[in-house]
Design a protein around this ligand. Structure first.
Ligand SMILES: Nc1ncnc2c1ncn2[C@@H]1O[C@H](COP(=O)(O)OP(=O)(O)OP(=O)(O)O)[C@@H](O)[C@H]1O
Ligand SMILES: [Mg+2]
Length: 325
């Protein structure tokens, strides 16, 4: 079975597509078969970044029932080991797909035979984005060192946790009702933590609240900070980590810190990934070690994997390497 890596961010323009694309190239360069899939319905642009014409069948054809399976949509990219599934292909209204269509897409994606399947998701926290993100427990959230990005990432995480818990309870159950009520009360200004909400469920439905809380702890979203500029950026990562722990009772796995680098703009203008055009750039060199960390997390036991302890370590490591060069 392939390793699925959804890439989300909550906020637009933080670099979800740049990361999905270049991470795909970086993993493909390690002799892994990679399929990159454009799931940004209404905003698909990976084909442009790959220099491919938008005249091949894509997910828009599947959603409009013009093709009956998703593996047949896989196209070559010209980059060794990297394959591509195009997005909505300019069909209007595709972003508003119903629940069953989404479930069918998820089942079809899980059938794809490759080593890594990377999903570039759209901005925002709609159910469509969150459900594709929740295909696995450890999707990637891209943030930038700006307060707006951190708050949008937190908002996205809140939707992820809420949706995850909601789906633990059957339709029309008391558990779902309590969750919904807590969200309405939140709108009235009472900000409960998820732990408190689960305690309320536990009081009404003994066993179920703590069971859900326990399952929630399986969630381990991975955070990659993009467009990093200086050491102080680690403060933003810490804020996100505290919010996630205090309000949502989940731990985040800080997986990478990528610098702001003009090679990204040049590569987009040339319609080729930076990882192909500028392999010696700071962005690509740093991304290669992030890709290596991701690959080893999937291939070695978690006891052995050598991820830094926390986000401060990652940022400090990055700047100490810079001063050594
Ligand atoms: N590390 C970087 N260094 C410099 N510029 C970057 C970097 N990452 C992204 N950018 C710039 O940010 C722009 C937005 O990136 P990208 O399209 O990947 O964002 P996105 O999160 O996918 O946006 P959307 O929500 O619209 O899909 C790029 O066009 C590029 O100019
Ligand atoms: Mg994008």
């Amino acid at each position: 079975m392939s390793v699925i890596i959804p890439v989300a961010g909550g906020k637009g323009g933080v670099g979800k597509s740049v990361l999905s694309l270049n991470l795909s190239v970086a993993i493909a360069s390690q002799c892994k078969q990679v399929v990159l899939c454009d799931l940004d319905f209404g905003g698909a642009n990976l084909h442009t970044m790959l220099g491919l014409k938008n005249n091949q069948n894509g997910l828009g054809h599947y959603i409009n029932k013009l093709v009956d399976n998703i593996p047949s949509l896989i196209q070559a990219t010209g980059i060794p080991n990297l394959h591509f599934i195009a997005g909505d292909c300019l069909f209007p209204g595709v972003a508003n797909m119903d629940f069953f269509t989404k479930q069918k897409i998820i089942r079809e994606l899980q059938k794809i035979e490759c080593d890594y399947l990377i999903l570039d998701l759209g901005a925002g926290s709609t159910h469509n984005v969150v459900d594709f993100f929740l295909v696995v427990d450890n999707g990637i959230i891209v943030v930038t060192p700006e307060i707006t990005s951190i708050l949008n990432a937190y908002s996205f995480l809140k939707s992820v946790v809420y949706r995850f818990c909601y789906r633990q309870f059957p339709p029309k159950s008391a558990g779902r009702q309590i969750l919904q009520n807590s969200i309405l009360q939140r709108l009235e200004g009472k900000d409960f933590s998820f732990q408190q909400i689960m305690q309320v469920i536990e009081t009404t439905l003994p066993g179920e609240g703590y069971d859900c809380l326990h399952k929630m702890q399986q969630l381990k979203p991975r955070i990659i900070m993009n467009m990093g500029r200086n050491m102080q950026n680690s403060e933003m990562g810490r804020r996100l980590q505290q919010l996630a722990q205090n309000k949502l009772s989940i731990d985040l796995d800080f997986t990478g810190y990528l610098p702001y680098d003009e090679c990204i703009q040049y590569s987009i203008a040339q319609r080729q990934p930076a990882a192909v055009l500028y392999p010696q750039s700071l962005f690509v060199q740093t991304l290669l070690s992030t890709a290596q960390r991701i690959i080893s997390a999937h291939t070695t036991s978690s006891v052995l994997h050598n991820a830094p302890e926390d986000f401060d370590d990652i940022v400090r490591e990055f700047y100490s390497q810079q001063s050594n060069n």
